[in-house]
Design a protein around this ligand. Structure first.
Ligand SMILES: [Zn+2]
Length: 354
């Protein structure tokens, strides 16, 4: 069995901004290769791992999507040796000043350590002081001289978060990119559990690309693989300071099962039944619209795929200090494995809209 914490930390240590997932895909591929029967990369960079079922061919298949891309920054302009940046994916500019980052310098192929600096209040225009500093005033400092920067760094180069994850008390890990590498870890737990479980269905474990910028990987992989069912795994907002009472969930107390138009009601019911039978704590997440995850892309592709969304609570989503409970990640992985083992060959035929 994998040790979840070191594996998760290794997943957080490699970059993979949306559209540039190569480094993290390689790491996941190494881990999944012995756990799957076949593995390949899609034309747009998603990782497809097939774990064959024991049913007779043609076997039905379930696709599980965990996006592996990360939010981050890109160099938009170089100014006297300092770098101006823009965001790739949803980032609140208020968290950026003071952050440690890595500049992926394409001119030299180096990973340059750097920090994000902001001008002092008196250097800013009058109407900008006293407010969150706008992205256009932030500068990335690599410590290099202007000619060195010109030589090594190009406009368009990636800038990723570099703060190390930190283990908080009570089984909580905090760091950047836990959305959604924690789900990749959960899917890996699932693949490991399946090594000792018999299952009739084929399982496509998929690490998707570009979820944060428009679900490219989920759309294209679901279209290519045409699974009979699909499940996405992603983070949901956990209870935290000032969080909304009914839309947030406690950390460390279970996995979320979404209910709403983006989920097939029959699949939702089946996941609930499996969670209860196997005593995996769960909570209901009312999602009255597109879930804003890979579940949406998979549901609406081709002639429509019955889809569900399994979630785990996360505090401070899209901040460099995202926080999740390891227990919840483990539970999500176990729930997926139990669900897969419970699928009968004719399950799809029993699915109805009523
Ligand atoms: Zn996500």
């Amino acid at each position: 069995m994998i040790e979840l914490l070191p594996f998760l930390k290794s997943l957080l240590s490699v970059s993979g901004l949306s559209g540039f997932e190569g480094p993290v895909a390689k790491l996941i591929e190494e881990k999944w290769r012995p756990l799957t029967d076949e593995i390949h990369i899609s034309r747009v960079g998603s990782l497809h791992g097939l774990k064959r079922g024991s049913g007779k061919e043609p076997r039905p298949a379930l696709m599980i999507a965990t996006h592996m891309d990360a939010i981050g920054l890109q160099v938009s302009r170089i100014n006297h040796g300092f770098l101006h940046i823009t965001n790739s994916g949803g980032i609140d500019v208020r968290v950026l000043p003071g952050l440690e980052v890595i500049v992926h310098a394409s001119g030299s192929g180096e990973e340059l350590p750097a920090v994000i600096a902001m001008p002092s209040a008196r250097q800013l225009p009058k109407d900008e002081s006293g407010k969150a500093v706008a992205m256009k005033y932030l500068l990335v400092d690599t410590g290099l001289t202007p000619p060195e920067v010109e030589k090594k760094v190009r406009v368009g180069d990636l800038v990723s978060f570099a703060n190390d994850p930190i283990e908080l008390s009570g089984d909580v890990i905090s760091g950047h990119t836990l959305d959604n590498r924690a789900s990749v870890a959960a899917l890996t737990v699932c693949l490991e559990e399946l090594q000792n479980k018999s299952h009739v269905w084929d399982v496509w474990a998929v690490a998707t690309t570009q979820e944060e910028t428009g679900y490219l990987g989920a759309y294209s992989s679901a279209f290519q693989l045409r699974p009979q069912l699909a499940i996405a795994v992603d983070a949901t907002h956990a209870k935290g300071p000032n969080s909304n009472e009914w839309q947030t969930f406690p950390l460390g107390q279970g996995v979320g099962l979404c209910i709403g138009p983006n989920m097939h009601p029959f699949l939702h019911a089946k996941l609930k039944e499996v969670a209860e039978r196997t005593e995996i704590p769960w909570f209901l997440d009312v999602t009255p619209r597109d879930s804003g995850t890979d579940a949406y892309a998979m549901q609406v592709i081709a002639d429509g795929i019955p889809t569900a969304l399994v979630e785990f609570p996360m505090r401070y989503m899209h901040m460099p200090v995202e926080a999740v409970s390891l227990k919840d990640i483990q539970r999500a992985g176990r729930l997926l494995a139990e669900f897969i083992a419970s699928l009968e060959e004719k399950f799809v035929e029993t699915i109805v809209w009523d």
